[in-house]
Design a binder for this molecule. Structure first.
Ligand SMILES: Cc1ncc(COP(=O)(O)O)c(C=O)c1O
Length: 295
């Protein structure tokens, strides 16, 4: 049983007891993060903690810890969950507004509830590296503050379920004819050799992986653009990628009923994926199989 952190204690996950009056449970009044670690070391932790601080501030929950305290707490959690069979762990952490009698307005004196738990990150399967994945387009019917990493994810859940039922791994969302992001990922397209992703506004989450992928693409010398992407451009893209902390960079080779580009993971994905693998902690001890191979 994995060990969780819950309001000051470390305990087996199945012993965590959350009040039915917790506002995270009743209202989805909470925010979260998912932070990857490789070979016992966090990847891009300061960036995740910064986004957490922004999400908390946006919904006016006081941040219960300073960055150094979060780092100590989460590192302790990693150590307690260390297992050579699963060296790469994703830490899910959630902060709710706390426990209070049910009323929509903020309670006067609730203390934030803090939960963190770890689960294995599996290496990219060989089949995905060779063949890519399928995605489907769907209408983005989420709220207007998708820049906040809130746990209120019902629309995302329904979109992802629809994708699964249509034989795909992700729903790629369109709002007013423009690409926003995936149900649980940011989306990149490659068009005429240019790496393009929608700009950061309230319709997309400022993904930490998105940020790192943009940096790597620039370092590799690709022209990079953060701009609106139309449904037509999405349909014409030579490559489409999904980025997130646990799925890293997934090459989409089928969108709805058509092949993307040549129907195989493209050359720009190969290069950026290889650079991403090389940037991860412990990359030098990883085997080519685990890292998804070289480009
Ligand atoms: C809606 C949404 N967009 C983007 C992302 C990617 O964010 P990150 O790269 O920080 O994991 C996620 C991650 O879960 C997400 O849920």
């Amino acid at each position: 049983m994995s060990i969780a952190y819950f309001n000051g204690d470390y305990l087996p996950l199945d012993q965590v007891r959350i009040s039915p009056l917790d506002r995270g449970f009743l209202f989805g009044d909470s925010v979260y993060e998912v932070i990857p670690s490789y070979a016992g070391e966090f990847f891009l932790l300061p960036e995740h903690l910064e986004r957490l601080a922004r999400s908390l501030e946006a919904i006016r929950i006081p941040n219960p810890f300073a960055p150094a305290e979060w780092t100590a707490l989460l590192t302790d959690l990693l150590v307690r969950n260390a297992d050579p069979a699963t060296p790469d762990l994703g830490v899910y952490l959630q902060v709710t507004r706390g426990v209070a009698p049910r009323d929509h307005a903020f309670p006067a004196d609730a203390r934030p509830t803090v939960l963190a738990m770890a689960s294995p990150i599996r290496p990219l399967p060989e089949a995905v590296r060779v063949e890519g994945v399928a995605a489907v387009t769907a209408e983005d019917c989420r709220w207007e503050r998708c820049d906040i990493k809130a746990t209120t994810l019902l629309a995302n859940v329904l979109n992802r379920q629809e994708a699964m039922e249509r034989g795909a791994v992700e729903a790629v969302l369109l709002r007013d004819g423009k690409l926003t992001e995936g149900a649980a990922s940011n989306v990149f397209v490659v068009l005429d050799g240019r790496v393009i992703t929608p700009p950061l506004d309230a319709s997309v989450l400022p993904g930490v992986t998105r940020w790192r992928v943009l940096e790597l693409a620039r370092e590799l010398g690709y022209p990079v653009e953060e701009r609106g992407v139309s449904a037509d451009e999405l349909a014409r893209a030579g490559e489409i990628w999904l980025t997130s902390s646990t799925r890293e960079i997934l090459p989409v080779t089928r969108l709805d009923d058509h092949a993307v580009g040549a129907g195989l993971p493209g050359p720009v994905w190969q290069a950026v994926h290889a650079a991403y693998q090389a940037a991860k902690p412990g990359a030098q001890v990883r085997t080519p199989m685990q890292s998804g191979g070289s480009a």
